[in-house]
Design a protein around this ligand. Structure first.
Ligand SMILES: [Fe+2]
Length: 331
């Protein structure tokens, strides 16, 4: 089954997905839910802006929550390899006819604001402020013991087109994909995982009305951290936050749990995927009707999983033209 070949002659070098910025409606709730319960380290509280990071991250933030009248995904953050790559990125997006704007962002300095060809608001930077090394400050660990950001998964109305852009243009590599019919070489992609950093993914594109954010994936060191977190969530007044799992994915082989906050933002706690640094690693290909694709143990995802996501700021959404139906758990 042919898949696009990653660009080796990069217009600029993306290291990885670095952070996201969300507009949330209740800062007090957000501070408790993401800081105290989920277990991010709160690096800085500016009142109307909260800066969170994982325990092993040295960059100042991997999740920024800002006060907003309506819940919205403000930006997807990408770290590039050098200051020169940032200038090359500006030239590249301008050559596509995309808007480009330079700004100075708190704790990350010179930052490029632009949009991908589908309207997703991007924020590219090279050098964030370094924060203190707290990886072995074990008394600070709490909640799910968030290690680091892992990925952003988004609904996309045209998965093939999104993958073509990020792989053939920006050099992302495909690790896993789902097709509508695995026996049809021309079958469209339904969900595809792509990376720059050497894990299973930095970005995932899932068929549906989009672009919309599906979830932010954060990395936990072990599955036990996630299981212990389930007990914590269940006994701290947050049972309504459970959406799916815990379980083990077929795709990615990772242990997972999906939770949602009161604005609807979905977070995946994600542990133990696999190394993907070999540039010739062949993609794993799944059929949409394989019940072990979503969850290796066979449980289907709920309807909300396939239908509900968060808007990107200023990004028009379109319905998917694919006539396909995934396996959905009974309501
Ligand atoms: Fe995920």
């Amino acid at each position: 089954m042919p898949f696009p070949t990653p660009n080796k002659d990069l217009p600029f070098n993306i290291v990885r997905v670095s952070h996201m910025e969300w507009g949330v409606t209740d800062m007090d709730y957000a501070k408790e839910f993401y800081g105290d319960i989920i277990g991010y380290h709160m690096e800085e509280d500016l009142g109307t802006e909260l800066y969170f990071r994982g325990m092993e991250e040295r960059n100042h933030h991997s999740l920024v929550l800002v006060k907003s009248d309506v819940p919205v995904v403000k930006r997807l953050g990408l770290k590039v390899a050098s200051a020169a790559d940032l200038d090359k990125a500006a030239d590249y997006f301008a050559s596509l006819g995309q808007p480009t704007q330079w700004t100075e962002k708190h704790a990350q300095g010179r930052t490029l604001h632009t949009r991908d060809p589908f309207g997703v608001p991007l924020e590219l930077f090279y050098k964030m402020d370094w924060a203190a090394d707290i990886m072995q400050k074990y008394p600070l660990y709490h909640g799910s013991r968030v290690t680091r950001i892992d990925h952003c998964n988004m609904f996309h109305n045209n998965v093939n087109a999104a993958v073509d852009f990020y792989v053939k243009e920006l050099g992302f590599r495909i690790t896993e994909t789902t097709v509508a019919n695995i026996n049809d070489p021309a079958s469209p992609q339904v969900a595809t995982w792509v990376h720059r950093k050497g894990g299973v993914h930095d970005l995932a594109f899932t068929n549906g009305t989009g672009p919309r954010m599906h979830h932010l994936g954060i990395y936990n060191a072990t599955a036990h951290d996630i299981i212990n977190f389930c007990d914590l969530l269940a006994t701290s007044g947050h049972t309504s936050a459970f959406e799916r799992g815990p379980g083990r994915h077929g795709i990615s082989n990772a242990f997972f749990l999906y939770i949602r906050d009161q604005d609807g933002f979905r977070t995946e706690l994600f542990a133990s995927d696999y190394l993907t640094v070999d540039p010739d690693l062949p993609p794993r290909v799944w059929d949409l009707k394989d019940p072990q694709r979503q969850t290796l143990w066979g449980q289907a995802a709920p309807r909300s999983w396939f239908e509900e996501g968060m808007p990107f700021d200023g990004c028009a959404q379109q319905a998917s033209e694919l006539d396909i139906t995934p396996i959905i758990a009974p309501d």
